[in-house]
Write a protein that binds this ligand. Sequence first.
Ligand SMILES: [Zn+2]
Length: 296
Amino acid sequence: MQIKDLFSKKKYATIPSGSASAPERPKRDIPEGLMNKCSKCGNIQYSKELDKNLKVCSSCGHHYRLSAWERIGMTLDDGRLHEYDADMVSIDPLEFPGYAGKLKQQYEKNPNLNEAVVTGEGMIGGFPIVVCVMSFDFFSGSMGSVVGEKITRAIETAHAKQLPLLIFSTSGGARMQESILSLMQMAKTSAALSKFQGAGGLFISVFTDPTMGGVSASFASLGDYNLAEPGALVGFAGRIVIEQTIRQKLPDNFQTAEFNMQHGQLDMVVHRKDMKHTLTKLLDMHIVREDLSHAE
Ligand SMILES: [Zn+2]
């Protein structure tokens, strides 16, 4: 007899099926927000440790989603932003059923945000820059009139001040409650970028998880450099829609940053810990230092 046979057939315990008959165990009292469980690998990490690690899972490298202000804190020198158009808020131009109520919920959920994008001016690695940072927390980062208008104004300010432009995107797509007014933001932002880039302006676009629909199909894909965070979902239509349309199974890594990089849609996939350094290097390559010394 082998040792493993000693254990194979013997029943040591019976676990009653159904939770109703299972003995109640005292639940461990973990204060909310103290621990985080990685959605990719299940690794449990202290929130403080996770924050120190720039919200990247220490076990599998999964990049957690960031709010706009978290990203600004990590990216800009001293985390400082001179914000543009902070008080611009959406109205309900089409009186779309339920929209006003949903907007109200978003304000309550996000006390630091008035819309799905924060725009302004700051410094990265000592270089002055105009930045737009989207937040998935607010209405799934959807682009309505205000998101489009704030981004367009930021592009125009970068143009007028001859500053480089950086946009961190994350979005579920156009905001359907604003219908065509939302879709026209794609053309508006793209037209402003075309003028800016035509005049020699530098635009660095960073895709973060997820960037889909009208945002990926407009300004986010128009960078002179298109970067992405590892694992970020980047695409237009969702996987299921495409599979049903073309009647083919798509690869597991379809629409990830790495897949898009392999297929020539991105220039670089950059780990969050290297993002600021990479941005600084790109700015250093493009900004003429004489211009800076005049500015100082
Ligand atoms: Zn993980």
